[in-house]
Design a protein around this ligand. Structure first.
Ligand code: NDP
Length: 303
């Protein structure tokens, strides 16, 4: 079973982006990304810090805007409008989740589609649907890069995507469909999920439930892509998953928490390839955000 190394893929993508960033910069200014983080959620702060660092490493200008947790929808709409109007900002990312009082949909709709580096605006969802160019959701497009760079055939294969969220499952299914896979989308109401999954040559798990897809869900020889990132801090739960792995349990004891994907990591030996958690899909999300920012800058520079 081959481990699909997301860092290896990420490094290739970032290396390819560097000359493109330099070319945009040579025309007058570097690509620019604004990241808006409402309130100080510690997990989101880490994500934002990593995004800002990735920009700095590539020579992309980045700006962090951190309005307080009690910001209203109207106030956030004003921030987005001002970023839409600024010529040196090519990409706008509003870090989710937003505080409860903010109407998420209104905010996503307000971001100019040509600066929508997350690919969540309905115009860009429509572009994806119809195969038109436009920014694509970062995590699913990262998965496509893993498949492409490991030369895993997609055309004519059966792909099963478990999860139908707007940010992962649905765009993932469409990207696989455009690559000529025969695609099944499963969700919490799917009857006989195990049977559906067992048909998959390419199985993508994006559910948000630790180790939910067991070995019996995986067809021998399948490629298994685990998008899930779940933090397990409950000992009994960690033991139920990793009881047979002293190394993993030692890691849990040391940190009091362990990251687990949606696929049972100790039951994938009969797959042909697998993305580990961490280190599989995760590293690609920021790389694809950088790629979307550079693409938006290139388009805006040549417009
Ligand atoms: P959501 O919670 O938005 O969606 C989860 C989906 O899984 C839903 O469609 C839900 O079905 C389905 N689902 C839940 N339980 C089951 C079940 N028992 N059987 C079948 N389907 C089920 O999550 P996201 O799409 O945002 O994220 C999914 C996972 O991917 C999470 O672990 C998240 O942390 C991770 N993630 C990782 C990223 C990365 O960079 N690697 C980036 C983004 C997310 P229904 O629609 O019927 O409710």
């Amino acid at each position: 079973m081959k481990i699909l190394d997301g860092k290896w893929v990420r490094d290739q993508i970032l290396a390819e982006l560097k000359p493109r960033v330099d070319a945009v910069t040579a025309k007058g200014r570097p690509p620019g990304l604004a990241v808006v983080l409402v309130g100080g959620d510690p997990a989101s702060e880490i994500y934002v810090r990593n995004k800002v660092k990735a920009c700095a490493d590539l020579g992309i200008f980045s700006e962090q805007i951190m309005p307080p947790a009690e910001t209203t929808t109207d106030q956030l709409l004003e921030i987005v409008a001002s970023l839409n109007a600024r010529p040196e900002i090519d990409g706008i990312l509003v870090q989710m989740p937003l505080p409860k009082q903010i109407e998420e949909r209104k905010i996503l709709m307000a971001i100019a589609p040509e600066k929508d580096v997350d690919g969540f605006h309905p115009i860009n969802a429509g572009n994806l649907m119809s195969g038109n160019p436009g920014p694509r959701a970062c995590t699913p497009s990262g998965v496509m890069e893993i498949l492409k760079r490991y030369e895993i055939p997609i055309s004519g294969k059966k792909a099963v995507v478990v999860g139908r969220s707007d940010i992962v499952g649905k765009p993932m299914a469409l990207l696989l469909l455009h690559a000529n896979a025969t695609v099944t989308i499963c969700h919490s109401r799917t009857s006989n999920l195990e049977e559906e999954c067992r048909h998959a040559d390419i199985l993508v798990a994006a559910i948000g439930r630790p180790a939910f897809l067991r070995g019996s869900f995986i067809k021998p020889g399948a490629t298994v892509i685990d998008v899930g990132i779940n933090r397990v801090s409950d000992r009994a739960r960690a033991e139920a998953i990793f009881g047979s792995s002293p190394a993993k349990m030692a890691q849990f004891e040391k940190n009091g928490v362990i990251l687990v994907g949606d696929v049972h990591p100790l039951e994938v030996d009969h797959a042909s390839a697998f993305t580990p958690v961490p280190g599989g899909v995760g590293p690609l999300t920021i790389a694809m955000l950088m790629a979307n920012t550079v693409s938006c800058a290139e388009k805006r520079c040549s417009a």
